[in-house]
Design a binder for this molecule. Structure first.
Ligand code: GLN
Length: 555
């Protein structure tokens, strides 16, 4: 690790947002992380969410986008996915916290009597809990970048803003800086960018004791120097610390664009780090070269349920893009609602696609359509990647149409309806081994706490497509599911050409299935998309896209 002179503790950058939500705070934080890495520093990115859910695990993907899962089994905000994709640093349980979790901890302590009968208050008890969270791993990296969800002025955000103010105050001077993202709206009628909302948002921050060091201003139009100077003057920041942030052709342009705009320099200046180490941006230049110099395109159908909200399958969309970059092609992913195939023949919808992906999901709705998509891919020799529920559906399809289990299904759907309709080829597992210990589920477990979550090892059969794609026979991938393919059907299904080519080390849990003799048909019980990076595309996605390209050339 590279140590800043005299540094024993991390420097903290607190990232907040104002004016409107969805300004891209997560992306700005991730890009800044990448830029600090490019200068040789170690970073850790963290997210503090003011909502009251304990974690996003039980939130609908429609509501909050995808749930990102870490190696250590935390169900977190999708911003942690951005962080990982930009820095390559694996996110951890302690990289994300919500107000719900903080309050839960405080209330548990209160019940245990830890506060010795004191009156429990937001200040200091809640803010102390937030500060303790921030201090985790303080001596591990050069920079901790902590993003506060929501916008300044939100009621539930107040304890977080108060906590970061106190935290900075308690550290030696120059250890913490504040970076605030705002929007400069453009008034077409007068042809002007307006700075007033930014001024107001900074005023709001200052009212609670936080003076931003850096302002990142999102704008759809170029920001004239005159306006930059005005923002600097009225918001009490240096003109070079007013960083313009324009719309980008790809999120992966963000590190280079923010570097050109002077963000990393402004951050190092704010910390007084001089001379600053020179950045090596080769990784991001290569990423952009691959993105902008793609030769041709392939079409991938993603047959899923949460197709209405782009963020619901964020990591899958990104992993497909990475797969395209590995092959120097553009991947055009088209989202198709699986329910359509329950009413209509999938063939006319799926013909013309070079590959089919069925992603993860929960609940029965749309599953018969996903089974039809898997059948189409298997019979027509179209590359198929089934992820989690997408693997389970591929197994059910094979059980029904190849192994003669006409009513094969998943216990998940019977549980949902409260009646027995299917032969459970996919069933609810009650115990399993993680590392050296046994994990058990009890029927009354809370909804969020019953899943197989986080990193698990799988052994791959030598000679399988899976082993060939990974280039190894032992892998570790992230899980998030309750149900498992039942190995009691293994012999019957393998007799029909469905190879259980990846298994848990104890041989009890199927992790990967593939169709023998098919150009490319792989189902995985885990979520490979969570580990893909633009500079290190996941091998499954890279090879899936390669197969799509190959198929496209054959036609
Ligand atoms: N609903 C399925 C299960 O719980 C699949 C979950 C998923 O696709 N992430 O096993």
């Amino acid at each position: 690790m590279l140590r800043i002179a005299g540094g024993l503790m991390a420097r903290y950058v607190f990232i907040t947002g104002g004016v409107v939500s969805s300004l891209g705070k997560g992306l700005a934080s991730a890009a800044l992380g990448a830029l600090l890495q490019a200068r040789g520093y170690t970073v850790r990115l963290r997210k503090l969410d003011p909502y009251l859910n304990v974690d996003p695990g039980t939130m609908s993907p429609f509501e909050h986008g995808e749930v990102f899962v870490t190696d250590d089994g935390a169900e977190t905000d999708l911003d942690l996915g951005h962080y990982e994709r930009f820095t390559g640093v694996s996110a951890r349980q302690t990289d994300s916290v919500s107000a719900g979790r903080i309050y839960q901890t405080v209330l548990e302590k209160e019940r245990r009597g830890d506060y010795l009968g004191k009156t429990i208050q937001v200040i200091p008890h809640v803010t102390n809990e937030i500060k303790d969270f921030l201090a985790i791993g303080e001596d591990e990296v050069d920079f901790q970048l902590c993003e506060i969800g929501g916008t300044v002025g939100d009621i539930e955000g107040l304890p977080f803003f108060e906590a970061i103010r106190q935290f900075a105050q308690e550290r030696p001077r120059g250890r913490c800086i504040f970076m605030h993202l705002t929007l400069l709206p453009y008034l077409a009628a007068s042809g002007e960018l307006k700075t007033k909302p930014t001024q107001h948002s900074v005023k709001e921050l200052r009212a609670i004791g936080i003076a931003p060091d850096i302002l990142v201003c999102r704008s759809e139009h170029p920001i004239p120097d005159r306006e930059r100077a005005k923002i600097a003057l009225f918001c009490n920041v240096r003109p070079e610390a007013v960083i313009p942030a324009y719309d980008l052709s790809s999120i992966y342009e963000a590190p280079l664009a923010y570097h050109r705009a002077g963000l990393d320099q402004a951050v190092l200046d704010a910390f007084g780090i001089s001379p600053a180490p020179r950045p090596n941006l080769a990784r991001w230049e290569d990423v952009m070269d691959r993105l902008t110099h793609a030769e041709g395109a392939v079409r991938v159908a993603v047959v899923g349920k949460y197709t209405a909200l782009e963020d619901a399958y964020k990591s899958i969309a990104e992993a497909l893009t990475h797969g395209g970059m590995a092959n120097r092609v553009r991947v055009k992913a088209e989202w198709i609602d699986a329910e359509i195939f329950e009413r209509e023949d999938p063939a006319p919808h799926l013909e013309g696609f070079h590959a089919i992906l069925v992603p993860g999901g929960f609940g029965e709705r749309g599953t018969e359509g996903k089974i039809k998509a898997a059948q189409f891919a298997r019979e027509k020799g179209v590359p198929y990647l089934g992820i989690c529920l997408g693997m389970q559906m591929a197994v059910i399809e094979a059980a029904r149409n190849l192994a003669g289990v006409a009513d094969a299904g998943s216990e998940e759907f019977d549980h949902e309806k409260g009646e027995r309709r299917f032969t459970p080829v996919v069933y609810h597992l009650k115990e399993w081994v993680q590392g050296n210990h046994l994990v058990e589920r009890r029927p009354g477990d809370a909804k969020g706490g019953t899943m197989r979550l986080g990193a698990y090892t799988a052994r791959l059969a030598p000679g399988s497509k899976a082993a060939q794609v990974y280039g190894t026979t032992e892998i570790e991938e992230r899980h998030r599911h309750r149900y498992e393919v039942d190995i009691r059907y293994r012999d019957a299904l393998e007799g029909c050409g469905l190879w259980f080519s990846g298994m848990s080390p104890d041989g009890r849990l199927p992790e990967i299935v593939e169709v023998r003799g098919h150009p490319w048909f792989i189902g995985v019980q885990f979520h490979p998309e969570l580990k893909s990076k633009p500079f290190a595309p996941h091998p499954l996605f890279a090879d899936f896209v390669r197969a799509a390209v190959e198929g496209a050339r054959l036609v």
